[in-house]
Design a protein around this ligand. Structure first.
Ligand code: ADP
Ligand code: MG
Length: 284
């Protein structure tokens, strides 16, 4: 289907507060594309460059060198910034920093209002977006009374209402409790699978990355691994090198294989692990 976002040898560096000090590159010569309609997880430990990378996708950060192309538009061209942000929407980690209005439905309407969408269409978009994230019944609630997960779903509805074709979410579940995380993850999958929106999910949770079609692991601003979850999570040594946890199921399978048992080493979850261990026991 072609790539909706294209990184071509992209580097980015923050400016230091101290005069004469040059900070290292936060993103270092990154080349990759995000295929239209795909669900890509970007995984990396704290400080690896995930947020910097996310903000390069919709012209919040502009590359020091290289180019980021969004649906044919170069993010370095200021005239295109509005159009780029209509194509790629962003959801951030802290739900409290993203909600601007005092009523849920006003908050969701904020984006399309700024785009100059006619009122009757805004009404329809807001209702549809709130239904999509399962928050319609809270449309007249005050956001500060909602849980973190509910607020995050309202923030996602705000992006849906802008009808961006791609949504980049930067650790959207990091501040949520397990239930909030589950609801937000279900919403994110629905965006991709049912609504056809391209999803880039930045996360440091393995169990979230496993749900994507593709996992890109970054370390010190560089791409370390890029492949399907199964391909990426079988590279235990490299993941540990990048300061990431390996799924427990994968670790157990690899230890058993190391002891000479005939078990696949690319298992992703408990379910697959249980199946493989049962097969092993039966074969004895
Ligand atoms: P992550 O999101 O993976 O935790 P970031 O993209 O936030 O990583 O940070 C990448 C690197 O850039 C880190 O070394 C971090 O300290 C540095 N950094 C992030 N934001 C700034 C900033 N505003 N000024 C200077 N350095 C920054
Ligand atoms: Mg971050």
């Amino acid at each position: 289907m072609g790539n909706i976002i294209e990184f071509e040898n992209v580097s980015f560096r923050y400016e230091s507060d101290e005069e004469g000090v040059t900070l290292p590159l936060a993103v270092n010569k990154v080349t990759f594309g995000i295929e239209q309609g795909s669900f890509v997880a970007v995984l990396g430990h704290n400080g690896s460059g995930k947020s910097t990378l996310a903000k390069l996708t919709n012209a919040i950060n502009i590359p020091e060198s290289g180019r980021v192309i969004v649906d044919g538009m170069d993010t370095a061209d200021e005239k295109l910034t509005d159009e780029i942000r209509k194509t790629v929407g962003m959801v951030f980690q802290n739900p409290d920093n993203q909600i601007v209005a005092t009523i849920v439905e006003d908050d969701v309407a904020f984006g399309p209002e700024n785009l100059g969408v006619p009122p009757e269409e805004i009404r329809r978009r807001v209702d549809d977006a709130l239904k999509a994230v399962n928050m319609y019944e809270y449309r007249t609630s005050e956001p500060h009374k909602l849980s973190g997960g509910q607020k995050q779903r309202v923030a996602i509805a705000g992006v849906i209402a802008m009808q961006t074709r791609c949504i980049v979410l930067d650790e959207p579940t990091a501040m949520l409790d397990p239930n909030g995380r589950k609801d937000v993850m279900a919403t994110i999958r629905k965006l991709n699978r049912e609504m056809g929106i391209t999803v880039v999910l930045v996360t440091h949770f393995m169990d979230e990355a496993v749900l994507a079609d593709r996992v890109v692991v970054i370390d010190s601003g560089c791409i370390l691994l890029d492949g399907t979850p199964r391909e990426v999570f079988s590279q235990t040594d490299k993941l540990i090198e990048a300061g990431l946890d390996v799924p427990q199921a994968t670790q157990l399978a690899q230890k058993l294989a190391g002891m000479g048992f005939d078990i696949p080493t690319n298992l992703l979850n408990e379910h697959e692990c249980i199946k493989a261990v049962c097969k092993l026991l039966r074969s004895k």
